[in-house]
Design a protein around this ligand. Sequence first.
Ligand code: DAH
Length: 341
Amino acid sequence: MLAQLDQLYADALAQLDQATNTADLDNWYKATLGRKGAVYLLTRQVGQLTAEERPLFGQRLNQIKNDLEARYQQRLDNLKTAELEAQIAASALDVTLPGRRPVRGGLHIITQTLREIYRIFGDMGFQVYRSPDVETDAYNFEMLNFPPHHPAREMQDSFYTTRPDVILRTHTSAGQIRAMRDYYPEPVRVILPGMCYRNEQITTRSSIQFTQVEGLAVGKAISFADLKGTLTEFACRLFGAERQTRFRASYFPFTEPSAEMDVTCFLCSGKGCQVCKYTGWLEILGSGMVHPVVLRNGGYDPEKYTGFAFGMGPERIAMLKYGIDDIRLFWGNDLRFLQQF
Ligand code: DAH
């Protein structure tokens, strides 16, 4: 019996060592010192002992019970403290840790280019005027003096909607009529920025969507000299004070006369390089005096009012300025490209 008792003690100690959490410990207690535990079961056999053996057994049993109780208590305290500490560590709010840095966005290269353009024209008294991306055929073409079936429409193949008269604007010129009707009879001095859409083959040089900045000035006694002065000033502010400009005759249905403006190449200063194709000049925008038909459609009497207009492509400007060789990069959402600016 005494040997059995010692065996029980040894087993209980070994099992106690294996308890790694309070739940283990709880089970150990029930199995060892609990109401139907090993110790209790052994005491029930005390009747088998002789009268001499009993006190010795009782004494030893009590020693073991007390010892196990004490060890259990000790172990329980330790485990509880450890569990509490682990819990505190896991849910700790360490106010001394540095905060997580939010990912910083940046302005799109075209947004930056647009803002530069706004700033320059803003200094010259032009306001930004917004007009819709979804337009009617009337504003986009007809009132700009493109009759139906006019061949000039062919350069601006459109995206149509389910309504035959509603399209995505192919150029910002559509906003000219809206601005004039809004401002009449006051003079107009606006720039109209925005996305334009054309049903084109997508290549490195043409895309189905791109931005434009349109300009429009209408008033009394506005002349071609005002057009040249304003746009040359703009070119010098954007590309450098030493730039020269030249105007080449061109054709647009909504202007007469019409002209394309070139600036001296800012990469080779006019000496000739790959970008300007060894001409020394870069084509920057289209322009002209507002056609009398367009003035009338805007509400202005062409006998009393004149005006000039221009249109440019910020993507083209950015491509020239930064040596970007593929227009698809602008709206391709590739961060490796966008983050360079
Ligand atoms: N709307 C023309 C285009 O998309 C650009 C343009 C040329 C606008 C001459 C103008 C202008 O206002 O006067 O090709």
